[in-house]
Design a protein around this ligand. Sequence first.
Ligand code: UDP
Ligand code: MG
Length: 308
Amino acid sequence: MISYSIVIPVKDEAESIPTLYKEIKEVFDKLNRQYEIIFIDDGSTDKSSHIISTLQKTDRNINLVKFRANFGKSKALSAGFSETKGELIIIMDADLQDDPRDVLKLLTKIDDGYDLVSGWRKNRADSLTKRVSSYLFNRGTSFISGVKIHDFNCGLKAFKKEVADELFLHGELHRFIPVLAKKRKFKVTEIEVNNRPRKFGESKFGKLGIARGWKGMLDLLTAIFITDYLDKPAHFFGAIGLSFFSIGFLMDLYVSYIKLTTGTTQGRLPLLLAGVLFILLGIQLISTGLIAEMMSHYLSLRKKSSLR
Ligand code: UDP
Ligand code: MG
């Protein structure tokens, strides 16, 4: 039986892979448990796949999933998860920024009863702009999601198979794995890890900017929505819809009152129109919620998610 599945997304990391493999082997051979290494080649244009295939010839614990093009880190992790046979999944970046020796620290936290342990790069070996934007991202995500950790996006994480089964990563959702897990009521914690500078190649997430910040906000909204409200979308749309409806209703009630008592609308036609607009918007949002509710109900009939 396999105990540990190490899942590694790879996009053009040929120079790093041999050292990474050596470091992983050093750590895991000592643990005396069966393990597998799953590399996902996310459309690399360098020799990454070739190097992994060569390693595979001498080590049967290596598995390679090869994408036909670059689909992003989230999809790569997701594809990796569906290949895993281990009870515990460890994810780490391929660029040697994460230190495989830290896995031992993560494992002690799992032994303490946590379902997911995330690395916390307290002393980050990245550029200033990256550290600043990362700081803002982490503080914002922690504030909005209510998950009290410092570093959401560390590439090094360990979690139980059950957690992976509940993570459906796409887009940029890999940044929110701790949020997704916590919202699914798994026990989540973090532990300080070593962070090393990138030796070879360059960061695939280097470009920063306002557009990126907005997208990050939308991604967080998605993360919260698909966890908090997936089961009860009508509550989300309904709450907003009902408030809109009530505001519109009060506006029009007021205009009707004036018309009935004074005989004219007293120039309050704009208010009447605004009221109509709010009522319509409200009804529309409530119906959207109900349709989402039907979809959610239909899906839950087909897929029984494990709550144990
Ligand atoms: N990666 C990937 N697909 C992508 C971009 C990145 O699989 O489209 C991998 C990359 O090879 C690395 C990890 O995701 O193993 C983290 O990427 P990177 O080091 O560029 O991110 P950073 O550390 O700069 O945030
Ligand atoms: Mg990196």
